[in-house]
Design a protein around this ligand. Sequence first.
Ligand SMILES: Nc1ncnc2c1ncn2[C@@H]1O[C@H](COP(=O)(O)OP(=O)(O)OP(=O)(O)O)[C@@H](O)[C@H]1O
Length: 273
Amino acid sequence: MRIELREVRHVYSPGTPFAVEALGGVSLTVEPGEVLGVIGGTGSGKSTLVQHLNLLLLPTAGEVLVDGESAISMNRTTLRRRVGLVFQNPEQGLFAPTVEEDVAFAPRRLGLAEDEVLERVRETLGLLDAGHLAGRSPFALSGGERRRVAIAGVLAMGPEVLVLDEPTAGLDPTARADLMGLVGRLKDSGVTVVFVSHDLDEVAEVADRICVLDRGKVKALGKPADVFYDDPSLAPATVRVAAMVGERRSGIGRPVRYAEALAALRGLMGEVP
Ligand SMILES: Nc1ncnc2c1ncn2[C@@H]1O[C@H](COP(=O)(O)OP(=O)(O)OP(=O)(O)O)[C@@H](O)[C@H]1O
C-alpha cells in the first residue's frame, strides 16, 4: 500500500481567532514495506501529519492518495483498518478485564469468526512477546507491557501500514529496545511502519527513510545517511562526531547507526572491534 500526501495543509479551528496552521503544504510518500521515521521539534506537526495517513484528520487543502486513488472517497472504516494508528500513550485506551479480551475487541468488531479472532490475538501477542500476558488484567501490568498490549490491539486488525506516534515515550531503555525490535520484525513480515519520534538515535536505528518536519513543512526527506550528512545539525550525536572526524580523516564512511559509528571510529584508531 502506497500513501501519498500532496501539498497537504491543515488548519485547526479555521476561520476563528484560534486558527493554527499545523501543516503548511506537505508532500510526502509512504512507500510499501518501508520504515519511515518522522522527526521534528515539539509542535512541528508530526502528530497532525500522521493522522492524515488514514484520514483521521482531513486536509484543509491538498490531497491524500492511496495506491494512486483519492482517499477521500474511500470507505473510512476500511482505510483505518488498513492503516492502523497507535496514538501517543495508547495504553490509556485499554479497558477490557483481560489482555486477550482487549486485543480481541477490534478483530471481533470486524465480524471475524471467533476462532480467527483468537488466532489473531495469539499471533499478535506472540509477535509482541506478550503471549504470557493473555490472561492478565491490562491494569496490573508494567508501563512497557501495557504499551505492547495497546499496540497489539491495533496490530490485531491486520493493518498494512502501522503508524506509531512516539511509541517509546516514557519507556525505560529495555522496553525501548524491545519496541525497536518489534519494528524490525514488523518490517520483516511486510508491514509498512511510520514511526514518529523525538529520539534521533532510535530513528537512525530503524528508519529506511526520514522525514524532518519544521513548523509544518518538510525540511528534509531521504535516506538517513543523506539527511544526516547533508545537515549534521539534524543528526544524532554519534553521527555528528563521525561527520566531524570524517572531515579530517578519510576512511570513516557515513555511518548512521550507533554501532556502525562506533565500529568506524574504532577502525580508524586501529582497534579491532
Ligand atoms: N486539536 C488542536 N487544536 C488546535 N491546535 C492544535 C491541535 N492539535 C495540535 N495543534 C497545534 O498544531 C501544531 C502542530 O501540533 P502537533 O501535535 O501536530 O505537533 P507535534 O510535532 O506532534 O508535537 P509534539 O512533538 O509536541 O507531540 C502545534 O502548534 C499545536 O499547538
